[in-house]
Design a protein around this ligand. Structure first.
Ligand code: PMV
Length: 314
């Protein structure tokens, strides 16, 4: 009965610009998606996630009522890619998640990669690393249209990674970070829509390309600070990266006001992922004060630690 843990991903620096050839730094965390595979009579997928526990038999039922259409689009695509690669498997896959979907924590990549790894395991194959990353990226491309390989590579390879999308390269940075806080705001729009808006802005306003260059420079500087364990420097660069993302139109006033309110207690922070709400990363200077302030604001948050590996059989 193979069980897979596919970690979620925080984007420490460089999202959006990574789509245009700049490097980014992403890291896997100790919260993510769990996929269990039990061989059975037929292929089915059960998701145990709010708002419902739903059984899905590919090709038979759709789930508009639960807003799970997008989720099952990733499931369908991953099952198709799995079958193409490892042949057909009759099994029940159960998917659970520690993280809310569609907020920038790479749950779609974790579902795609976790399901592919569980599918392979049920077919008697151990798949990982770059092969898994490539297959996971195919799934994201099929569903989203535009997607850099960042999230699927991070979920597959794991650790803190400096990533270039094209040509794809991932370099592991052997660095430590303290526990981080991830505030979760409701998100306006999907990753695909937000990435398309940024593309349209860059088309209309060529001067916005300078913002991408500046984000690339932040990423290179952040790598040095990470290697030195310099949290003050990292915090400053997170703020800078966040304002640059704001210039691309993906940071809204809720994230700005959250970061300003918490400023006395954090080294820095930024949105993580496509933006317009979703995940806001906080690098705490005084963890107790951050937690009290988040609680007092009634703000949903998750505490996360770095997780050193990619999707694993547990
Ligand atoms: O919000 P997420 O977790 O889907 O991350 C999107 C990251 C982007 O750089 C904005 C897009 C991409 O494909 O890399």
């Amino acid at each position: 009965m193979p069980r897979v843990f596919a970690p979620g991903v925080i984007k420490l620096f460089g999202e959006h610009a990574v789509v245009y050839g700049k490097p980014a730094i992403a890291a896997t965390i100790d919260k993510g998606v769990h996929v269990e595979c039990v061989r059975g009579e037929r292929l089915e997928v059960v998701t145990v996630a709010p708002p419902a526990s739903v059984r899905y038999i590919p090709g038979e039922r759709r789930f508009d009522a639960f807003g799970l259409e997008r989720f099952f689009a990733y499931v369908d695509a991953a099952l198709r890619v799995g079958e193409e690669r490892w042949g057909s498997v009759s099994a029940r896959f159960t998917i659970t998640s520690d993280l809310p979907p569609s907020v920038g924590a790479a749950t779609s990549a974790a579902v795609a990669v976790g399901l592919l790894k569980a599918y392979a395991a049920c077919a008697g194959v151990d798949v990982g690393g770059e092969e898994l990353a490539k297959l996971g990226h195919r799934v994201e491309l099929e569903v989203q249209g535009i997607a850099s390989p960042m999230d699927t590579a991070a979920v597959s390879i794991g650790g803190v990674l400096k990533i270039w999308a094209s040509p794809f390269r991932a370099e592991r940075l052997e660095v430590q970070l303290p526990q981080l806080y991830v505030a979760v705001l409701p998100r306006r729009g999907t990753t695909g829509e937000i990435v398309a808006d940024v593309r349209a802005l860059l088309g209309r306003r060529p001067s916005a390309r300078a913002v991408l260059d500046a984000i690339g420079a932040v990423v290179d500087e952040a790598e040095v600070c990470l290697r030195q364990g310099d949290l003050v420097c990292l915090g400053e660069l997170m703020y800078i990266n966040n304002w640059l993302l704001g210039a691309l139109g993906v940071v809204d006033s809720r994230a700005v006001s959250l970061l300003e309110t918490l400023r006395p207690f954090i080294y820095g922070g930024k949105i993580s992922g496509a933006g317009r709400g979703g995940v806001v990363l906080l690098l705490p200077r005084d963890a107790d004060a951050v937690e009290k302030a988040l609680y007092a604001m009634g703000q949903t948050y998750i505490k996360v630690s770095l997780f050193a590996s990619g999707a694993t059989l547990v």
